[in-house]
Design a binder for this molecule. Structure first.
Ligand code: PEP
Length: 277
């Protein structure tokens, strides 16, 4: 099944709304030299920048999807300081990251909370990007697959079959986030394949359609090899997404990976045809 790669820039708590507008424009300038229709790009600024980014994307007809980094699971109410999925949808937000490891570790988000947020995002007709990933201790104890499986089962528990069909999952090993140490492409592939299998166990038949991103120190230098893996359908990028040149090169790498995957598939089909003759 063909899955359009999704490259998402998680700006975290960086850039005020003026700087955010500049980054959208600079990124658009960097990407204007390339054709990247085969790749989807989402930008996830802080909440206070969303309206400005929405306006510039709209006015300049930029080819970016708008994303958010978090939301509350309730539509409205006495939740001081929170932002609902419905409010984000009104700003033309398409993707909302939920369960990022920083939110799990620093703000106590459990799988149950993540599940409620993912459902709220999907109910508001946006796509949740549900993050999962093991810590270094868990990996060293040989528990990476078990941890990710438990997180997926808990975090996806409230989604309907139809909502699974548009779901995005980000496999982000915690030890690779912001450390400059990315997972080896082969290990990342293995974990994304495991995640796909778990998703298919949860809802039979949907696994092959769900996009699974890899996240954790993705840079131009490692992007192409990571993105060429058959079960990696894009990247969730933190640090490098704040630099328009680097982020544009990651999008380019995704494009190159698409081209090489397509060429490999064609060669395989040709081989099969030759054997059948
Ligand atoms: C992230 O924030 O999800 C992330 C992967 O960050 P970085 O690319 O900086 O490791």
């Amino acid at each position: 099944m063909s899955r359009t790669p999704l490259i998402s820039g998680n700006w975290k708590m960086h850039l005020n709304h003026l700087e955010a507008i500049q980054l959208c424009q600079k990124l658009s300038y960097e990407l204007a030299r390339h054709r990247y229709e085969q790749v989807e790009v989402s930008l996830h600024p802080p909440f206070v920048d969303l309206r400005s980014c929405q306006t510039v994307i709209d006015a300049d007809r930029l080819e970016f999807k708008l994303g958010a980094q978090n939301c509350h699971d309730q539509n409205q109410g006495a939740f001081t300081g929170e932002v609902s999925a419905a409010m984000l949808a009104k700003l033309d937000v398409s993707y909302v990251i939920v369960g990022h490891s920083e939110r799990r570790a620093l703000f106590g988000e459990t799988d149950e909370i993540v599940a409620a947020k993912a459902a709220a995002v999907a109910e508001a007709d946006m796509t949740p990007i549900v993050c999962v990933g093991e810590t270094l201790e868990e990996r060293e104890a040989g528990r990476a697959a078990e941890v990710v499986s438990t997180q997926l089962r808990g975090s996806l528990a409230k989604l309907s079959r139809a909502q699974f069909e548009t779901l995005v999952v980000a496999y982000e090993p915690v030890w690779a986030i912001g450390t400059g140490r990315n997972a080896e492409p082969r290990d990342a592939q293995e974990m994304c394949a495991t995640a796909r299998q778990v998703i298919d166990d949860i809802r039979r038949g949907v696994g092959s359609g769900v996009r699974i991103q890899y996240g954790g120190s993705v840079k131009p230098v490692n992007a192409q090899e990571l993105l060429a893996q058959p079960d990696i359908d894009g990247a969730l990028v933190g640090g490098a997404s704040l630099d328009p040149v680097q982020f544009a090169r990651i999008v380019q790498a995704a494009l190159q990976a698409c081209i090489s995957i397509k060429a490999a598939r064609q060669a395989k089909n040709q081989d099969r045809k030759n054997q059948d003759r």
